[in-house]
Structures are given as C-alpha cells and as structure tokens.
Write a protein that binds this ligand. Sequence first.
Ligand code: GDP
Ligand code: ZN
Length: 459
Amino acid sequence: MNLDSSPIAAIATAPGRGGIGVVRASGKNLRALAEVLFNGTELKPRHATYIPFTQADGTVIDQGIAIYFKAPHSYTGEDVIELQGHGGPIVLQMLLQRVLEAGAEQGLRLAEPGEFTRRAYLNDKLDLAQAEAVADLIDASTEAAAKSASASLSGAFSQTIHALVERVTHLRMLVEATLDFPEEEIDFLEKSDARGQLKGIVEALDQVFKQASQGALLREGLNVVLVGQPNVGKSSLLNALAGAEVAIVTPIAGTTRDKVSETIQIEGIPLNIIDTAGIRGHDEAVDVVERIGIERTWGEVGKADVILHLLDADHGPTRHDEAIVANFPQGVPVLRIWNKIDLSGHKPSVDEMPDATHIYLSANEKTGIDLLRAELLRIAGWQQTGESLYLARERHLIALRNASRHLDYAGQHAAQTDQSLDLFAEELRLAQVQLSTITGEFSSDDLLGVIFSRFCIGK
Ligand code: GDP
Ligand code: ZN
C-alpha cells in the first residue's frame, strides 16, 4: 500500500452510468493543480463554478461543476477539488486521467481504498467510529441500519463513549490521588463513594453494550439456513418469507442443487436466507452434481446462526432426517418447521420442546409464516426498545466487553480494603484504553489498515 502524504485523486462516485459523476482530489496544497486544470481561472472556495474540463491541448472533455474546498474546510481536512461531470465510465476515466496528469508534478497519485476517509481521520475531521460509520452508511442494507450509521457518523456513538471514558478517568484520578496518601486509602473508598461511582459506570456501559449489540444486528443480520429432505418445501418457504419468487419450486425431488440466497428484512434486521440443496444422506446422491450440492449444504450449515430444519407435517420425518439432525453443529439454534399443514390438518402454532422449537406452518397457504418471523427475531435477540441503536462493529463490541471485564476486576479490588488501590487504578486505566480504541485514540496502524482497506476507492 502506498500511504504517503502526496496528493491523491479518484473517481468518487459508483462505477456504472449515472446523471453525474465526481472526480475528487485531495492534497495539502492543490493551488498549482487548480491553476493547471482550470487554465488560471481562480475558484472561490466552496462555490460551484460551471466550467469546461479540458485536456492539456485545450480539447474539452466535459462541462461541469468544479468546487474547491480550501484546507481545513473539507472532508479530508486538506485542500480538495471536486469535478462534477457527466456520470459515464469513460468520461470520468478521462477526467481522472487528466487530473492525474495535471498533478503529476506535485506527485498526485491514485487514492487507495478509503484513503480520503483515512485522511479525514488523521486530520481529526472524524474519529475512528465515525469513519467506520461512513462505510456502514454506504453499505447499509436496510433503512434502520442507515439511520443508526448516520447517528454514529454524526458522533452520537462517539459522544457516548467519550462520556464513559470521562467518568472512568475521573474515578481513576481520584484513586491515583489517594495512592499518594496511603494512610487515607481506606477512608477514600467511603468518602468518595468510589464503589458507587464504579457501579454507575458499569450500568452505563451495560446500556451502551445493549444498544451496540442490537445495532450490530442491523449491520450483520442473521445467517439463516434452510435444510431438509427434497420436496419438503424449502424453496417455497424461502419464497413465502421473501414475498417473491426467488427460488425454483418444482415437484421433482432434488431440484434445488445450487444454493439460492435471498436477503430479506424483518423489522429492519437483514436475514440472509440460504436455501440449500436437499440433503439425502451422504451415500444416497444419485449423481456427482447432487453429491457436490450435498457437501456444500453441510458447509452452509456450519456457518449458520439459525438452522431451519424443514419436515413434511403430512408425511412426518424420515430416517434421513435423523441423519440430518445428527450432523447439525453443536450450539446453533434449530427451528423444526413442519410444513404443509394444509395437508396434515395441524393448526399454525409454535411448540417449545426440549429438543427444539417446533413451528407448524404452510409455505403454500402462507399460514404460520408470521410465527416463524417472530421466532427468528427472538433468536436474533431483537428487543424493540425506544433507545437509539449504534450500528456497532464486532471490534466495538469486543472493546466494550473487555472494558466491562476490567471494570469487574476493578470492582473486585475495590471490595478488598487493603493494598489493592493501585490494582483498582490499573484496571480502570485498562478499561479506559479499551474504550478509547473505539474512537481511535489508541489505535495501531494495523487496525487502521484493516478498517480503511475495506472502503471503496474514492471514499
Ligand atoms: P424443496 O425441494 O424443499 O425446495 O421443495 P419445494 O419448495 O420445491 O416444494 C416441493 C413441492 O411441495 C412443490 O410442489 C410445492 O408446491 C409443494 N409445497 C411446498 N409447500 C407446501 C405447502 O405448504 N402445502 C402444500 N400442499 N404443498 C407445498
Ligand atoms: Zn428447493
């Protein structure tokens, strides 16, 4: 990766055709570049100027809007030039080439993925959680996810974390001040109500963790895998859940050979549902293609958050179903779905049994589908609260969990009365470090590399 501080440029809009497309450049000083690009026409900062974009020899590539953002008043905190032209792949490519050529003398190069946002972070325009929210907002697959990402981007999540860090720091200062007066250590815990303060912080952290893990659901969604004998109605159930014809439904056993996946949303939570090739038992596949399908099925099952095991309510389980169940990975929740109740005469219902939760429904008649949806939400751990959610990432949850662990240890030290204040203080410090990794005050280059490399180029 090339991450020096030379000026960078990239097409900022999505590939493909669109009404407009944007080429963007950022650098410490882009005056010389602007000079060349616009033939000496001086752009007023943050004003839209309608101007021809020309080649070095004066041929016009496009006519469009140029905007010059003077440092530090830009996305990256550097000088930024935006060229808004027509959104065609060729015209934008020509525009980008022209910009790169015009800036060659200043060392202008193509931006790495996420490099604009990385610069925004390095120049304190955004903290790390906000930078991540930029990517999450772009990637959001549901409206609820977009809302939470936008809240994080505006700093709501970061502020909550800062507030926690401040409370921890305050308590830590108190403890450390006391460390210099050993004869007062015991008194201190009582007088300053250190334990009460710690309890308050732990409660606040719990609350943030809840909001963050609910938000993480909006981001990650749930991997749901449909398994069952050929012809029990897996494709039909996928269609019933998705509300559209996405999988091939046929009355011939063994039709769904390739996995078909569909992302649907229930109350804003994305569910990635995978319809697998019917499992018949490893030795019973009639041909190689089917055998491959079956192996793949087990691969999908291994990655599931929830397994929907479909059975025919009319015909009951077969001996293959026993083999299927025996192969299920440990610890993954299973819903046993009895389909085709229109034929068997069962009523739509949910039955909590020791082995699994059983649901009776009909994919064709679409009865009992709402029961399944509710059950999926329950498994996802979705609780509808009025609280705003933070579209947290796994690393945020880990940091929150680690911080919480250190606060626990701190509490244990505070519970003893002698010789433990320094350990108390140390655990508070560790909790604080964990929390600060979320907003990026303590962050390694490796972490930054991982985060920003997942952005698209131009962002
Ligand atoms: P898959 O092989 O498990 O994917 O099964 P399909 O979804 O392709 O369905 C196999 C056959 O069962 C098709 O003819 C469906 O119309 C039928 N089927 C699916 N669900 C129901 C149901 O709830 N009731 C009835 N009567 N037939 C169903
Ligand atoms: Zn199918």
